[in-house]
Ligand binder design. Structure first.
Ligand code: NDP
Length: 325
C-alpha cells in the first residue's frame, strides 16, 4: 500500500511517499481502508520533524482519517461501516491516516456522522472537531451571543476558520485576529464581523487591559493568549487549544483573580468518547456545509510533504483534505 513514511536513521529525519507492507501495520482489531485524511498542524510538525511529535520510527503520520472498515474483530464495527478517527496518539505513536490503510483499536473509532461523507468529515478533521470542542467550552461556562464579542485567533487557519463559521451561525459576533490582512474578505465570508491585526496582540502587554471579549478561542498561545486573557471581560472564558505562535504563556494572574476570567484548556487527542460524539453531533447541526466547502482545499497524498512546510509557515488558508487513494 502507499503511505507517507517517516524514518529516523542515524538521526537523519526523512519523510517520503513509499510502498509499505500492510502486514507491518501495528496491532489493532479493526482495519480501515482510508479514503481521506486531514493535514493538521501536528501532522506538519511530524512530517517536517520540526517538533518531536513522532515517538516511534518508522511512522506513518496522520492524526485523523475517515474510511471504510475492511476487517473487524470488534463487535462494534463490521465490514463496510464508515468510520472516523481523531487523535489517540495515532500518527504519533501508532501508524496513522496518511496511507491507504490503517489498523487501529476499535475504541478509537466513531461511526461517520450521517450528516457528512468521508471527505467532509476530514475537511472538518481534527482542527474542526477541536474548534467545536472550544465552542462547547464557551457554552459550558455560559457565554451567550448577547454577552459580547468573541475573539478567534489564528483566524485564517484550520481551527480558526471552522470556529468562525460555527460561532457566526450560532449568532455570536466574531472578531478574527489574523496576521494576513489579505484574508479579510475570506474571514468575513465565514461570518467574522471584523478583523484585528495580529500585531496588535503579539507583543508583551499589560496585566490588564480594556475589557473587550466575552469569550476567546485561541490557537496561538504566547503573548497573544496572555493579551487575550488580559482583555477578556469580567467572568469571560478563554478556550486555549494551540501553540502556533509559541508554547509559552507570559501572563499574570490578574485576569483570573481580579476579573474571574476562566482559562479552559482544550485537548482533542484523549478527549473522552461522549464528548467526541457531542462535538461531532453539534458539527452536524452547527456547521454550514457550503462554508465548509469554501474553506477546504483538496490535495493528494504526494503533496502532503510540500504543504506541511507551507502550513507551518502560516501560508495555508482553512483546511487541507488529503485524498489517500
Ligand atoms: P493552521 O496552521 O491551519 O492555523 C494556525 C494559524 O495560526 C495560522 O493560519 C495563522 O493564522 C496563525 N499563526 C501561524 N503562525 C503564527 C505565529 N508565529 N504567530 C501567531 N499566529 C500564527 O493550524 P490549525 O488551525 O490546524 O491548528 C492551530 C493550533 O491548534 C496548532 O498549534 C495546533 O497544534 C493546535 N491544535 C490543538 C489541538 C488540541 O487538541 N489541543 C487540536 C488541533 C489543533 P493567521 O494567518 O490568520 O494569523
Amino acid at each position: 500500500m502507499k503511505a507517507l513514511l517517516i524514518e529516523n536513521n542515524n538521526n537523519e529525519y526523512q519523510t517520503e511517499l513509499k510502498n509499505f507492507d500492510e502486514n507491518l501495520l501495528p496491532e489493532g482489531d479493526v482495519t480501515v481502508e482510508v479514503e481521506y485524511s486531514g493535514l493538521n498542524y501536528k501532522d506538519a510538525l511530524a512530517i517536517t520533524g520540526k517538533s518531536p511529535v513522532v515517538r516511534q520510527f518508522p511512522m506513518i503520520p496522520g492524526i485523523d482519517f475517515a474510511g471504510k472498515v475492511i476487517q473487524s474483530d470488534s463487535p462494534n464495527f463490521k465490514e463496510g461501516d464508515t468510520v472516523v478517527l481523531n487523535g489517540w496518539g495515532v500518527g504519533e505513536r501508532h501508524c496513522g491516516g496518511l496511507a491507504e490503510r490503517a489498523r487501529v483499536k476499535s475504541d478509537w473509532l466513531i461511526p461517520l456522522p450521517a450528516a457528512f461523507n468521508a471527505r467532509q468529515a476530514m475537511a472538518i478533521g481534527t482542527a474542526g472537531y477541536t474548534a467545536m470542542l472550544c465552542v462547547l467550552e464557551l457554552e459550558k461556562h455560559g457565554v451567550k451571543p448577547e454577552d459580547g464579542e468573541i475573539l478567534v485567533t489564528g483566524a485564517a487557519g484550520g481551527v480558526g476558520s471552522v470556529a468562525i463559521a460555527i460561532l457566526a451561525k450560532l449568532g455570536y459576533k466574531v472578531i478574527a485576529l489574523t496576521g494576513r490582512a489579505s484574508q479579510a474578505d475570506y474571514l468575513k465570508s465565514l461570518g467574522a464581523h471584523d478583523i484585528l491585526d495580529r500585531a496588535e496582540m503579539s507583543q508583551p502587554g499589560r496585566p490588564l487591559g480594556r475589557e473587550r471579549w466575552a469569550g476567546v478561542i485561541d490557537v496561538v498561545g504566547s503573548h497573544v493568549l496572555a493579551n487575550a486573557c488580559a482583555t477578556t471581560q469580567y467572568g469571560g472564558v478563554v478556550a486555549a487549544c494551540g501553540l502556533a505562535g509559541g508554547m509559552d504563556f507570559p501572563a499574570s494572574v490578574a485576569p483570573f483573580i481580579l476579573r474571574g476570567v476562566k482559562l479552559a484548556g482544550v485537548d482533542s487527542v484523549m478527549c473522552p468518547y461522549e464528548k467526541r460524539m457531542e462535538a461531532w453531533s453539534r458539527l452536524a447541526t452547527d456547521l454550514d456545509l457550503e462554508l465548509l466547502e469554501s474553506l477546504t482545499t483538496d490535495i493528494a497524498l504526494d503533496e502532503a510533504i510540500e504543504k506541511s512546510e507551507a502550513l507551518l509557515a502560516g501560508e495555508v488558508r482553512g483546511r487541507l483534505v488529503v485524498k489517500t487513494m
